[in-house]
Design a protein around this ligand. Structure first.
Ligand SMILES: [Zn+2]
Length: 144
């Protein structure tokens, strides 16, 4: 779990995506990007800011992480924020925890949770792709 609550901007312009844009000195920028740069440091070229809390309006620096577009897409998929067949977060949470525990095979997890074997295999594949790209990630399940 993330230790601090989400920090939201008062004012600004809410975008359809949920991100909040703020303006100053003739420049408009996303509030979460400004928060990360002010409190942590510059965003490296080619990286974007990911919301580990899955709240695009959040500007709490400990909830933000720089990552590639691909990492962000994978994280969103793992958290159920994208993908054609969304699995309810409560179900995804149990499946991911069982996969991480490693005590049951995919069919056993599917039977326990009440989802298809294919669903468990798909989440496992997503989990492995995410783990490969984020070897130092310690808060993988903050999203679920
Ligand atoms: Zn947050």
């Amino acid at each position: 779990m993330l230790e601090k609550p989400c920090r939201l901007v008062i004012g600004g312009h809410a975008k359809q995506s949920g991100h909040v844009a703020i303006s100053g000195g003739g420049v408009t920028e996303y509030a979460h990007r400004v928060a990360l740069e002010q409190e942590i440091g510059p965003i490296p070229d080619g990286k974007m800011v990911m919301h580990l809390c899955n709240n695009p309006a959040c500007t709490e620096p400990s909830h933000l992480k720089c990552g590639t577009h691909a990492e962000n897409m994978l994280y969103m998929k793992l958290c159920g924020r994208s993908g054609s067949k969304r699995i309810p977060v409560s179900v995804r949470s149990v499946v991911l925890k069982r996969l991480q525990e490693g005590n049951l095979n995919h069919k056993q997890i599917a039977a326990e949770v009440g989802v298809s074997w294919g669903c468990v295999r798909k989440l496992n594949a997503t989990l492995k792709r995410y783990a490969i790209g984020n070897r130092n990630q310690t808060s993988l399940f903050d999203c679920v």
